[in-house]
Write a protein of this length. Structure first.
Ligand code: NAD
Length: 340
C-alpha cells in the first residue's frame, strides 16, 4: 500500500531539493501518495498567513511529512513557519545526525555525532518585546521540566536503539543557573534511569571547541533549543557542510523530515545546491515508515556517488569553483542510477 505523506516543497532552493528527493525516493520502489501543501511567503496573499491551517491538518491526518526549507524574514516580518510547525504539532525532538561520508574533504575522519535538540521552548518560544523601541528589547527563555524530561528521554532511547554508549547534555548552567540549571538537573535525573548508557555534560562554549578538536569523543548530544541549532550546524560543518546534513522532528505519533539547511535564497532556481541533505532526510523518513531496506539502498547510493566524486554538486568538490560540478537534479539522477 502506498504511504500517504504530506509534501511541503518550501521556497528558495526547497522546491529543487525536494523534487530531487522525490525522484530518488520513488526510484526505491516504495510507493507514495504525496499530499502536496504550500507554506511560506508565497501563500500569504491567498491565505493571509504563511502557515495555513490546511498544512497542519494535512500533517495531523497523514502523521508524516517531508519538508523543504522555508524563508523567514530577518529582523522583521512574520515569525518562522518552520518553528511554528514544530510548536503547533508539538514535535519536541529535533534529530540531526552528522555522519562523515567517504569522499568529502574534511578535517577528521569517521565523525559520527547525533544532535538531539529541544524543539518547542528555550529562546525559540518567541516571547520577546521592545522595552523601549530602538533602545532596549527583551526575550524570555523558557525551560520546563516537562519539555526537558521528554527530550532527554528521547536522546537516551535513541542511544539505546542505535547502539550508542554515551549521551552528553550541553548547557550553560554556570551562568544561566535557573534555566540551564533545571535542564541539567532533569537530564541527570533521566540519566539515572539508563544505567547501560554513559552520561556526561559539557558547557556549550567548551563543547564547541571540543567538537572542533576531538569530535570522536562524543556520540549523542542533547541540547536546549538555541544551543542545539548552533551546535548542529557546527557538526554539519565537520562532515562536509549543510549540503549533507539531514534532520527529523519527532512528536507523539507525528514526524516531519527536513534538512538542517535553510532556503539559501541566493542559489534559488539555479539547479546548483546539494540535494543530499534532503535525500538523507527522506531516508530517515523511510526508516520511520518501516522501509528499512529502501532506506539502506538510498543511503548506500548516496555514499557511492559521493565516494566516486564525479556526479556531485559544487560544495563537495575540493575546489568549489570546479567547473565539473553537476547540478541538483543531475546528482539525484546519479544516485538513482547507483541504486540499480
Ligand atoms: P541556509 O542554510 O539557507 O544557507 C547558508 C549557506 O549554506 C548557503 O549560502 C550555502 O552556502 C550553504 N548551503 C545551504 N544549503 C545548501 C545545499 N543544499 N547545498 C549546498 N550548500 C548549501 O542559511 P541562511 O542563509 O542563514 O538562511 C536562509 C533562509 O533560510 C533564512 O530565511 C532562514 O530563516 C531560513 N532557514 C530555514 C530553515 C528551515 O526551513 N528549517 C532552516 C534554517 C534557515
Amino acid at each position: 500500500m502506498a504511504h500517504r505523506v504530506t509534501l511541503i516543497p518550501g521556497d528558495g532552493i526547497g522546491p529543487e531539493v525536494v523534487a530531487a528527493t522525490r525522484r530518488v525516493l520513488e526510484a526505491s520502489g516504495v510507493e507514495f501518495d504525496w499530499d502536496v501543501q504550500e507554506a511560506g511567503a508565497d501563500v500569504m496573499d491567498k491565505y493571509g498567513t504563511p502557515l495555513p491551517d490546511v498544512v497542519l491538518d494535512s500533517i495531523r491526518a497523514n502523521k508524516v511529512a517531508l519538508k523543504g526549507p522555508i524563508t523567514t524574514p530577518v529582523g522583521t516580518g512574520f515569525r518562522s513557519v518552520n518553528v511554528a510547525i514544530r510548536k503547533a504539532l508539538d514535535l519536541y525532538a529535533n534529530l540531526r545526525p552528522a555522519r562523515a561520508i567517504t569522499g568529502i574533504p574534511i578535517c577528521h575522519e569517521n565523525v559520527d555525532v547525533v544532535v538531539v535538540r529541544e524543539n518547542t521552548e528555550g529562546l525559540y518560544a518567541g516571547i520577546e518585546h521592545d522595552v523601549i523601541p530602538d533602545v532596549a528589547a527583551e526575550s524570555i527563555r523558557i525551560i520546563t521540566r516537562h519539555a526537558t524530561e521528554r527530550v532527554v528521554r528521547f536522546a537516551f532511547e535513541y542511544a539505546r536503539a542505535n547502539d550508542r554508549g554515551l549521551v552528553t547534555a550541553v548547557h550553560k548552567a554556570n551562568i544561566l543557573k535557573a534555566t540551564d540549571g533545571l535542564f541539567l538537573k532533569v537530564a541527570r535525573e533521566v540519566a539515572e534511569g539508563y544505567p547501560d548508557i554513559e552520561f556526561n555534560d559539557r558547557i556549550v562554549d567548551n563543547m564547541s571547541m571540543q567538537l572542533v578538536q576531538r569530535p570522536h569523543e562524543y556520540e549523542v548530544l542533547v541540547c536546549p533549543n538555541l544551543f542545539g541549532d548552533v551546535i548542529s550546524d557546527l557538526c554539519s560543518g565537520l562532515v562536509g557542510g549543510l549540503g549533507v546534513a539531514p534532520g527529523a522532528n519527532y512528536g507523539d505519533g507525528l514526524a516531519v523530515f527536513e534538512p538542517v539547511h535553510g532556503s539559501a535564497p541566493k542559489y534559488a532556481g539555479q539547479n546548483k545546491t546539494n540535494p543530499t541533505a534532503t535525500i538523507l532526510s527522506g531516508a530517515l523518513m523511510l526508516r520511520h515508515l518501516g522501509e528499512k531496506q529502501a532506506a539502506e539502498q538510498v543511503e548506500g547510493a548516496v555514499r557511492a556517488v559521493i565516494a566516486a566524486g564525479k556526479w556531485v554538486t559544487y560544495d563537495l568538490k575540493a575546489d568549489r569553483t570546479d567547473p565539473s560540478a553537476v547540478g541538483t537534479q543531475e546528482m539525484a539522477e546519479a544516485i538513482v542510477e547507483a541504486m540499480g
